[in-house]
Design a protein around this ligand. Structure first.
Ligand code: SF4
Ligand code: SF4
Length: 379
């Protein structure tokens, strides 16, 4: 069973496909494995809850010089992967040259795009080239036009088809579905049925798994607090995510969107230069426009990677005895935004609330995954 769990998680939990053992070693050493760089706040898609407040026109962004400096520093720190974020990193005119430069330094490129630029076959081909060995994430919250329209400014439901066409372009070029993922930011406004239908559609039709990010009232999205999901719907949606992403294994990463190995070896530089533990946490420890990046890392690494929590004995109870803690430690962003402590409990973990499944807190990794009936889900 343990081998089976590891096999699934290493492929779909840690966002380091093919290099999981190296990522775990970085975790043990409390180092940075991936650097998220938000290159611009511009994006065509117009998600209304966006923490970046993205609009089609750029209002904030890092300069090419700043980004090249970050890439040089990342290589010097032996960081292995650059996660390109925005906004949409593919709307920058210099994205291709920057990613080529990262590759020349031995860094792996992972691209988090809306997916809209991939509709261009030329752009898709270039993305395929520069993400060799890395993954591409697109972002379609809902495949239902009415729901999609409610969640996006302008309500352009035809964007769904455009992004699907972009994914098809990448698949046709030979990008494996295992190296692509669809992102959903789960909000109460979407509702569990639609999120589950969307996750199933992507997996059954295109082979893509889901990166299911919890809505947080962060940054420019703070005004959408009414979008905060309740625990019952979180349990339904995330349990189905576990089923799709990890198959029949009795494992869960609860309300995290990735496992702790990615979460605990990563830092973000926002499009205004702030250095934060995750793009969903908008408050930085320092800013690269005031302090050199390498100095920031030297001073604040422990806080950025939640170093103390790398030892499971330091996790807050009941996570310290949870059967999921070999790969889960709760979403640090949800802990920060919903309870005020980035190293505290994730209040969106339904297991903590209900303690319905006591085996999770006995250190037994064969713990029980709730059935469809228990979570009120029709298969
Ligand atoms: S109790 Fe903690 S370790 Fe266990 S599933 Fe919930 S957040 Fe993860
Ligand atoms: S803090 Fe939450 S959103 Fe950020 S990487 Fe960790 S699990 Fe994902």
């Amino acid at each position: 069973m343990a081998a089976c769990i590891n096999d699934h998680l290493k492929r779909y939990g840690g966002l380091a496909a093919g290099r999981e053992e190296e990522q775990k070693r970085y975790f043990e050493e409390r180092r940075l494995y991936a650097l998220q760089i938000e290159t611009t706040d511009a994006c065509q898609q117009g998600c209304i809850y966006c923490y970046a407040g993205s609009t089609p026109r750029e209002h904030h962004g890092l300069t090419s010089h700043e980004i090249r400096g970050l890439l040089d520093d990342a290589a010097a720190l032996e960081i292995r992967a650059i996660d390109w974020l925005g906004g949409d990193p593919l709307v920058r005119p210099d994205w291709y040259e920057l990613m080529q430069y990262a590759r020349s330094l031995g860094l792996v490129n992972n691209v988090w795009t809306s997916g809209l630029p991939l509709k261009s076959k030329e752009i898709a081909a270039r993305v395929h080239e520069v993400t060799e060995g890395g993954f591409v994430s697109v972002h379609v919250d809902s495949i239902t036009p009415e729901v999609y329209a409610r969640l996006h400014r302008g309500g352009n439901a035809h964007f769904i088809d455009a992004i699907v066409e972009g994914v098809d372009n990448l698949l046709a070029l030979g990008k494996p579905a295992d190296m692509m993922i669809n992102c959903i930011t789960y909000t109460a406004e979407q509702g569990p049925e639609d999120a589950i239908e969307t996750m199933r559609w992507w997996f059954e039709e295109k082979g893509l798994r889901t990166c299911l990010t919890m809505f947080n009232p962060a940054g420019m999205g703070a005004e959408w607090r009414a979008f905060e999901p309740g625990l019952d719907e979180v349990q339904r949606v995330y349990t189905e995510r576990d089923r799709i992403d990890f198959g029949g294994d009795n494992i869960s990463i609860a309300a995290m969107d990735t496992d702790k190995f990615y979460c605990g070896t990563m830092a973000t530089v926002t499009f205004t230069g702030d250095v934060t533990p995750c793009s969903v946490i908008r408050d930085g420890v320092a800013n690269i426009r005031e302090t050199p990046f390498r100095e920031i890392i030297a001073r604040h690494l422990d806080k950025l990677v939640h170093a103390e929590l790398h030892d499971v004995r330091n996790l807050p109870a009941p996570c310290d005895t949870c059967g999921n803690n070999p790969h889960c430690w709760g979403c640090r962003a949800s802990a920060y935004h919903y309870s005020g402590d980035a190293d505290g409990l994730d209040p969106k973990c339904w297991l903590i609330r209900t303690e319905q499944t006591p085996n999770y807190f006995s250190g037994n990794s064969n713990s029980h995954k709730p059935s469809n009936e228990e979570i009120g889900l029709n298969p």
